[in-house]
Design a protein around this ligand. Structure first.
Ligand code: PMT
Length: 399
């Protein structure tokens, strides 16, 4: 944890007193801990306590700008390696789910791109309230991590779940997070994303519904995991993740060229793109005129980029493919894995709601030559990407 910048958000619940221990342990472990307290939290424990334990100024008021060179909430948001919210009240969880920014903590949370982990603490009936469940589900889908509350005697007199995880548990979670955070440090990763467009004439093409979200999430996760990432993307309307080198292509042929150019230099190739299997045999240089009532378009196969990579890759390179299926997921995916010389294949049934093309979430199963290695329920594509990158890291180290 040495030098890691952790922003510890403390909200107004009785468990705020335990946050003092969290701040103290994280600081002792070498982290640079910056505390943000809500006004309500200061009713339970004083900012001075947290300042002494963290050895840093404690922020409460958004407008308390001490350093004229920076805007405090943006500075904290930009430089955090991790946000820990402990305790997280029902109110903070709701604000985070809705994107409200009406105090220093919620404003900073909205501005950050750092991973966030919350340790909820509240009365058992509040924790089970459908509104809180819905907000938590929303946060989990967005990739926010959750340290589940414990079951036991609550300060309000009830017995049940809602007691904040013990400080030792929270600190252990943070230690685990940082120890596996950069499994691809020093590695080079090539990711393909989006659709390809196969032109008929200057105005028409054949394509598919890929939005690029899955591939872009993978690029971001691989970058966060320490890799140098090249993202070869078909036409999509997504921003390039920070720190990622992007190569834009249109057709399968252009994608093949870009992939083969990068191939010799990379450790991992992840093929999340939905490459067109066929393209029009003829490409007209002028717009085709509407004449007969029907027309026949002759198609020819495109190059299979994954299979080409499978043939050429060195034994120290890891090839991860995707399989977009509408039936018989496992059989088709495993057959593609074998045929294309992949090491892992990520199968998604694109007919399932919440999975496949265009959605923000996915449901995937990962196979290697021996069978199923990972099965993930519906979750945000960013979280799917983080889990896949973690698996890639493990495989690479075992390779
Ligand atoms: O982009 P999103 O909207 O987020 O949607 C995500 C996704 C559904 C596109 C993604 O999760 C996915 O499944 N990508 C692979 C889609 C696909 O083309 O699957 P396939 O089963 O047809 O191909 C199998 C593998 O071969 C894929 O890794 C594909 O990239 C590769 N392939 C296929 C054909 C071809 N000519 N060249 C290839 O390299």
């Amino acid at each position: 944890m040495n030098g890691k910048r952790i922003v510890l958000g403390i909200t107004g619940g009785i468990a705020a007193y335990k946050a003092a221990t969290v701040a103290s342990r994280l600081t002792q472990a070498g982290a640079d801990v910056r505390v943000i307290m809500t006004e309500a939290a200061t009713r339970f424990v004083t900012p001075l306590t947290l300042q002494i334990l963290s050895r840093n100024h404690v922020s409460v008021d958004t407008f308390d700008e001490r350093n004229p060179a920076v805007v405090n909430h943006i500075d904290l948001a930009d430089h955090a390696d991790l946000f820990v919210i402990a305790p997280a009240t029902a109110n903070l969880i709701a604000k985070l789910a809705l994107g409200l920014a009406d105090d220093m903590l919620s404003t900073t949370l909205l501005a950050t791109r750092a991973p966030i982990v919350i340790a909820p603490a509240m009365n058992v009936n509040m924790y089970r309230n459908p509104a809180v469940r819905r907000n938590l589900d929303e946060l989990l889908k967005r990739g926010v991590f959750l340290i589940e509350p414990g079951v036991g005697q609550l300060a309000c007199g009830y017995v049940g779940e809602g007691r904040m995880a013990e400080p030792e548990e929270i600190v252990a979670w943070v230690e685990r997070f940082f120890s596996r955070e950069r499994p691809l440090d020093g590695k080079k990763v090539l990711i393909t994303a989006g659709p390809t467009l196969e032109a008929m004439d200057p105005v028409r093409y054949i394509s598919n519904h890929s939005s690029g979200k899955m591939g872009f999430a993978l690029a971001e996760a691989a970058r966060e995991a320490g890799a140098e990432v090249t993202l070869v993307s078909g036409p999509v309307s997504l921003d390039t993740p920070p720190g990622v080198k992007r190569v834009d292509v249109r057709s399968a042929e252009e994608m093949l060229e870009a992939v083969l150019a990068a191939l010799p230099d990379v450790d991992v190739i992840i093929k999340a793109a939905a490459v067109a299997d066929y393209r029009p045999k003829t490409t007209w240089s002028q717009k085709l005129k509407k004449t007969a009532d029907t027309m026949v378009l002759e198609l020819v196969k495109t190059a299979d980029i994954a299979a080409e990579v499978g043939k050429r890759k060195r034994t120290d390179q890891l090839l991860v493919g995707f399989a977009a299926e509408t039936q018989d997921l496992e059989r088709h995916a495993r057959s593609k894995l074998e045929r294309k010389g992949m090491d892992l294949i990520v199968a998604n049934d694109v007919t399932r709601p919440g999975a496949g093309f265009g959605t923000d979430t996915n449901i995937v199963s990962v196979y290697d030559r021996d069978g199923l290695v990972l099965s993930l329920p519906q979750m945000d594509k960013k979280e799917v990407a983080r889990r896949l990158i973690r698996l890639v890291g493990e495989r690479l180290h075992a390779h």
